[in-house]
Design a binder for this molecule. Structure first.
Ligand code: NDP
Length: 327
């Protein structure tokens, strides 16, 4: 038997329960994993609280990422005892996910635990951190270099934002962290931010083209914030958009694209090749300091998930939330 968080739907409302399950209840898969840690991401919080159409098959064990140890595998690529990390591929959406003590997964979804990380540290990074790395990789591939000037990170005290700030600063960029939490300025500076910007200055509707300020942006907020970031991007600069914490709309114009050659990159972390994932983890291992990762992380138990989900969506959580599924 093992414990899991289970979501069911009744009259279109999401119900959450902690259940004891027999292993025979697990979905089909090539590899059986004993989960050590999962994490709480924005998407998980939406699923657990029943906001947003995240879960697409019921009942569902939520959790879009996990790290743990292989117990058994019918695929020769994996042996009992291998330490692995998995995120995306529909886990917690169409396939039972990581907020559970056991998981049954497709062999191709697993990644060997990246060098330099414990399973707990891997879940401190997890989906949010790896998405921050995908955003930064898009900007680096675009050609953005530290000498190009200030880079902006929006939603900076959030999970993606905190890792993006630390990673960009670790790469030598001058980072401006946009936040609605001025009381976290010291924290953001410890993550490597050179400047703090009140997010209020980015949420009001602005002109289609504004003074050129940012060489590049990692945007986790969307909506008017993304529109203003685009309008303030320097000639030939780039914006990597991954989030919608402020809204899913994009009230922009084509002006930044056609008059300043700005490029907007869309980032999706769910279906990336393992080669790209390995590059992202390697970048994080090289440029995010373990003490920064430790400071941006707090831990909760499986039984704390509902409260933590509400806190995350209300903007009361700073950085990353690791879930110890065995307590
Ligand atoms: P968090 O909740 O940890 O962080 C979001 C941050 O956004 C908050 O901490 C807050 O930062 C800011 N924020 C929240 N509400 C608003 C608002 N109304 N207006 C402006 N800013 C706001 O979430 P994550 O970091 O885990 O995820 C961030 C976004 O990225 C989410 O939308 C998530 O769905 C998306 N995401 C997308 C992925 C992809 O593959 N594309 C993968 C992972 C995440 P502050 O208080 O500092 O202003």
């Amino acid at each position: 038997m093992f414990k899991a968080l289970m979501l069911t739907q009744q009259d279109k409302a999401t119900q959450v329960a902690f259940v004891d399950l027999d292993e025979s209840a697990l979905p089909p898969g090539d590899v059986r994993v004993k989960v050590e840690y999962s994490s709480l991401n924005y998407k998980d919080a939406l699923a657990v609280t029943g906001r947003g159409a995240i879960v697409r098959s019921w009942p569902m064990v939520p959790g879009i990422d996990l790290a743990g140890v292989v117990e058994s595998s019918s695929d020769p690529a994996w042996q009992a005892g291998d330490r692995v990390v998995v995120n995306g591929w529909g886990m917690g959406e169409t396939h039972w996910g990581g907020l559970s003590q056991k998981a049954s997964l497709k062999a191709g979804w697993l990644l060997r635990l990246p060098e330099g990380f414990t399973t707990r540290q891997a879940m401190a990074v997890a989906t949010a951190g790896y998405t921050a790395a995908l955003c930064v990789m898009a900007l680096l591939k675009h050609g953005t270099r530290p000498q190009d000037g200030e880079v902006l990170v929006t939603g900076a005290t959030g999970g993606v934002g905190s890792v993006a700030v630390a990673l960009l600063a670790g790469l030598g960029f001058e980072v401006t962290a946009s936040t609605g939490r001025p009381q976290e300025a010291d924290y953001l500076q410890r993550m490597g931010a050179a400047h703090i910007l009140d997010r209020g200055s980015l949420v009001a509707p602005g002109k289609p083209l504004q003074s050129e300020r940012w060489a590049a942006t990692v945007d986790t907020v969307g909506s008017q914030t993304l529109a203003n970031a685009l309008a303030q991007t320097k000639w030939n600069g780039a914006v990597a958009a991954c989030g919608l914490a402020g809204g899913a709309d994009l009230p922009s114009t084509v002006m930044p694209f056609i008059l300043r050659g700005v490029t907007l990159y869309g980032i999706n972390c769910v279906f990336q090749s393992n080669a790209v994932r390995e590059q992202a983890w390697a970048l994080l291992a090289r440029h995010v300091k373990p003490d920064q990762l430790a400071e941006m992380t707090h831990e909760v138990a499986l039984s704390d998930i509902v409260q933590a989900s509400n806190d995350l969506l209300a903007g009361r959580i700073r950085g990353r939330t690791v879930v110890d599924v065995n307590r």
